[in-house]
Design a protein around this ligand. Structure first.
Ligand SMILES: NC(=O)c1ccc[n+]([C@@H]2O[C@H](COP(=O)([O-])OP(=O)(O)OC[C@H]3O[C@@H](n4cnc5c(N)ncnc54)[C@H](OP(=O)(O)O)[C@@H]3O)[C@@H](O)[C@H]2O)c1
Length: 248
């Protein structure tokens, strides 16, 4: 789907991959609902991006997600693109996983995108189509100790995305999933950690099994997201070598 003149919701728009995605979509002529918890950051961004609105919402809360979709639809009168990007990491070995934290991460990283899809599907169906881009993670394709909950939820998100894609193809709603690799954002800082990890050691440019351990910029990942929206392809691996790590 070409973004020009389309209405797009981008969650996690206040920083990192979401922020870069909103800027690229705006450059391509999309109208935007900018969503995250940081109201003032979104309002500032909205001043910079034409045809955009700031929607402060906690994407781990079902009522906030419903309000996000309603507010966007009430303002623009349609919704063409949903980028489910907001998310948070949780770094804890299995035996140290805190059940309450697990629930919070589940609500944000998995349930939130599912509820957002549920809300936009009837709107897109009525309009004759749409594009849903769910942001998973390369970790969904790998087994990194400590990241089991996060990776499992991102894998579940990938699975439900591809199942929804089959369910919705006759409605011309293209559901896609993108697997970013390590990306330079505040993700690591915002990851809830049960133990300390030296994340820096994986950013030194070494190679193992063809995997370049050089992090990507948010703009690079955003470009891949836009290309995925434009082509409507099912799975977007930000690097070709990641396809070899996929066991799905
Ligand atoms: N960076 C990486 O290495 C990497 C790799 C693979 C996948 N990913 C995925 O890429 C996506 C974007 O991450 P990022 O790297 O850009 O991380 P980030 O810099 O930490 O940004 C996260 C974004 O999500 C928003 N957010 C967090 N919790 C929220 C909540 N409860 N409700 C609403 N918004 C919330 C944040 O805004 P507020 O704080 O304003 O709410 C922020 O805009 C995530 O789904 C992440 O899992 C990242």
């Amino acid at each position: 789907m070409e973004p020009k003149d389309k209405v797009a919701i981008v969650t996690g728009a206040s920083g990192g991959i979401g922020l870069a995605t909103t800027k690229l979509l705006s450059n391509k002529g999309a109208k935007l609902a900018l969503v995250s918890r940081s109201k003032s950051k979104l309002e500032q961004l909205s001043k910079e991006l034409p045809d955009s609105i700031a929607v402060a919402a906690d994407l781990s809360k079902v009522e906030d997600i419903k309000r996000m979709v309603k507010q966007t639809y009430d303002h623009f009168g349609r919704i063409d693109i949903l980028v489910n990007n907001a998310g948070q990491g949780y770094d804890a070995p299995i035996e140290k996983i805190d059940v309450d934290t697990f629930h919070c991460i589940f609500d944000l990283d998995f349930l939130g995108p599912v509820v957002a899809m549920q809300q936009v599907i009837p709107i897109m169906r009525k309009q004759g189509g749409g594009s849903i881009m769910n942001v998973s993670s390369g970790l969904a394709l790998m087994y990194l100790p400590g990241m089991s909950i996060y990776a499992s939820l991102k894998r579940a998100l990938a699975h439900i995305s591809l199942t929804a894609r089959e369910e919705l193809k006759d409605d011309k709603i293209a559901v896609s999933v993108v697997y970013p690799y390590i990306t330079i954002t505040d993700f690591e800082k915002n990851t809830i950690k049960a133990t300390e990890r030296n994340w820096e050691s994986s950013e030194d440019g070494d190679e193992e099994d063809g995997a370049p351990f050089k992090p990507d910029t948010a703009e690079y990942v955003a470009q891949k997201i836009i290309e995925g929206i434009e082509t409507g392809e099912a799975e977007i691996f930000v690097h070709d070598w990641m396809k070899r790590t996929s066991s799905s």
